[in-house]
Ligand binder design. Sequence first.
Ligand code: NAI
Ligand code: 15L
Length: 265
Amino acid sequence: RPFKRLLLTGAAGNLGQVLRERLKPWTDVVRLSDIGDLGAAAPGEEIAACDLADKAAVYEMLEGVDAVLHFGGRSLEAPFEQLMHANIQGTYNLYEGVHKRGIRRVIYASSSHAVGYYPTTERIDADSPLRPDGLYGLTKCFGESLSRYYFDRFGVETVCLRIGSCFPEPRNARMLATFLSYEDFVELVRCALFTPRVGRTIVYGVSANRIDWWDNSKAGHLGFAAHDSADEFAARFPFNGAWPAADDAGNFQGGPFILAGPQYE
Ligand code: NAI
Ligand code: 15L
């Protein structure tokens, strides 16, 4: 197999559970990490439970790892202290350990909420300035900037996946634009892992949806081509092509996340 050991953080989460199965053809061992329940290790798996905010534990968990898939952390808007613990302290610890261990590549689960304050009428690409739509989105901007710094300073490569909405099926009208199918997600991760040189790349994680907010032309070197589309689910949602959609909030790409922040203050 191409890799000896891949580390997957957030392995007990939604996307972590998808990758837990799908990484196996690519690696002799997948090391699984989370603060949540990971169950027992199956053949070809190692369990390394750890809080990302625990620097010594993170350093320990990175021993003998070829590449890291960093999916652990808070995945929704939350009080700043919680976001800081998991996404800011945690992602810093991870990069510091990656650099000190000489690990060459990270696949970082960023989010479209790093740019959620763009209007739904605008098409953006990897070079569009960051416009976070809340504290959660801000922590993703921090992770993306960390990856920039660790590449420029130390040569650690990262592919930042600005994931849209990765679920089995779209859940509302906004997801007709942001949906990323599990199959397309796994293909994107494969491209991010196997492209020989990625430097520090930003790519939007989105299927081939008709409503198209995100231009991936600057990530063409990854060779990612989406095959699925949210369009087959369009009839389910009361959406006439004009935002805001009846079941969603605002004219911003971040949708309901725009309104989520202040409730925590
Ligand atoms: P999830 O919330 O299901 O999984 C995140 C996992 O991280 C959880 O199992 C949780 O226990 C773990 N975690 C939280 N704090 C931790 C800490 N301090 N130390 C160690 N582990 C910790 O989220 P999901 O959907 O699997 O997303 C995975 C990643 O992808 C997240 O970083 C999320 O922000 C990002 N993402 C996901 C999208 C999606 O549509 N599913 C969209 C955009 C970004
Ligand atoms: C995210 O960043 C979240 O992690 C995920 O749970 C979804 O809510 C997604 O964005 C979305 O915008 O649909």
